[in-house]
Write a protein that binds this ligand. Structure first.
Ligand SMILES: *Cc1c(COP(=O)(O)O)cnc(C)c1O
Length: 405
């Protein structure tokens, strides 16, 4: 398939290019020392990750430890209620640890093992990436340092406990606002000091090259499985697919399975409380081009050009930018990006729970809410939604803030 001069038959050969660019977005905007470290990871990834042994080991881990393939489920009752459009979900909520994040964490830590590293470093905000990293590190017997701001440590006690039970070292970051941004800075600094023995594992398709590519590649399994399962179930491709976009990893992997197909693709960002800066995290919708955290993409900036404060009811989506590949796919028109706010998300959270017996993560509920709107708009056809995670982590918060609807 062709679109605006891009040939999707050969897309993965050319995007990103050898310098890590998807069109104008991506790259490696870090200190010279970290550039060397990124080059080392990149070289290792291109050789090790192509080896039969690595591929076979990753495949075995996905099957025997993670529980892949995760199924595709037909949302029969919800579809009937809405009319003639058939809705389906790819069940990443059933992946071990309850979300898609483990797909790239297992890949990154397996790569670290093949590179002979002893320790993995990561940052975490809400704690989901930290828990997935701690799980992968435990599996491979690696040391694991998770950088987390004091404020987040206070708010996310269950995830802090999980990381500690799994044997990770939670490093408290007290600087500045003591949240995700400072945790990222502290983790980068620690990595620059110690990159010979450790590897920094980024939690999404963001950061300097090769991470946006590597994380997408490790998540590609979601899209590949979903496409095959959907065709087997229905005998045809879906008319549209939908996923939520924070940094953009679950969507990047899911979309990758369908880029070369005649399928409409929708990436959904969080509109939070509304369109004012600070009330949402819809960077692709309202942001401008800029560099942060080592890469060039579309981002939300404050008046000084620094990353703006962002908000969403889903803490996994409140990041002031999105991966460079998303900015590129937006510009060429292959993926349509749209927004869903808190209120519609909470409605979808209860609708999916009540109609189908599946409690979604609040992040994933954004995609479900959009899938429901799309079904009403389309009138006929089929929509496949990526259910990136389960909602166990969100239940206390939702009951406390919204009550039972
Ligand atoms: C972290 C998280 C997200 C957002 O991250 P992406 O990189 O955009 O996929 C979405 N859903 C769940 C369940 C998450 O834990």
């Amino acid at each position: 398939m062709n679109m605006n001069g891009i040939d999707f038959d050969t897309y993965f050969k050319h995007y990103p290019d050898e310098n890590g660019y998807f069109g104008r977005y991506g790259g490696v905007y870090v200190s010279d020392e970290l550039k060397t470290a990124m080059r080392e990871i990149s070289d290792a990834y291109f050789t090790i990750a192509q080896s039969r042994q690595f591929i076979a080991e990753l495949r075995r881990i996905r099957k025997e430890f993670q529980g892949r393939p995760t199924p595709v489920s037909h949302l029969e009752r919800l579809s009937n209620k809405l009319g003639n459009v058939q809705l389906y979900v790819k069940r990443e909520d059933l992946n071990h640890t309850g979300a898609h994040k483990l797909n790239h964490c297992m890949g990154e830590v397996l790569l670290a093992k093949y590179m002979g590293k002893k320790k993995v470093i990561a940052e975490t905000g809400a704690g989901q990436h930290g828990v997935a990293m701690a799980t992968a590190a435990a599996y491979f017997g690696m040391e694991c340092d998770i950088y987390m701001g004091t404020e987040d440590i206070k708010k996310q006690a269950p995830n802090v406990a999980r990381m500690k039970i799994l044997g990770a070292n939670v490093v408290e970051v007290t600087e500045g606002q003591a949240t995700l941004k400072e945790a990222v800075d502290a983790a980068f600094a620690a990595y620059a000091r110690d990159y010979k023995d450790c590897i920094y594992c980024i939690g999404s398709v963001v950061g300097p090259h090769p991470f946006p590519m590597m994380v997408r590649d490790f998540q590609h399994v979601v899209g590949e499985e979903a496409r095959e399962q959907f065709v087997e179930m229905t005998g045809h491709l879906p008319d549209a697919i939908v996923a939520c976009v924070g940094g953009g990893s679950n969507s990047a992997g899911f979309f990758a399975g369908f880029l070369n197909d005649p399928v409409d693709i929708y990436g959904i960002e969080p509109l939070g409380r509304g369109t004012n800066l600070g009330d949402h995290a819809a960077s692709l919708q309202y942001g401008t081009e800029g560099v942060m955290h080592g890469f060039n993409s579309i981002m939300l900036k404050d008046e000084n050009g620094d990353p703006a404060p962002v908000y969403s009811v889903a803490s996994g989506l409140d990041y002031p930018s999105s991966g460079p590949e998303h900015a590129f796919l937006r510009d060429i028109g292959r993926v349509k990006y749209d927004v869903v706010g808190d209120e519609d998300t909470i409605d979808a959270f209860f609708t999916l729970s009540r109609q189908e017996g599946i409690i979604p993560a609040i992040e994933s509920a954004h995609a479900v809410a959009y899938g429901i709107k799309l079904a009403q708009r389309m009138g006929k056809g089929s929509v496949l939604i990526n259910l990136s995670g389960r909602g166990d982590k969100d239940m206390d918060y939702i009951i406390q803030k919204y009550g039972i609807r």
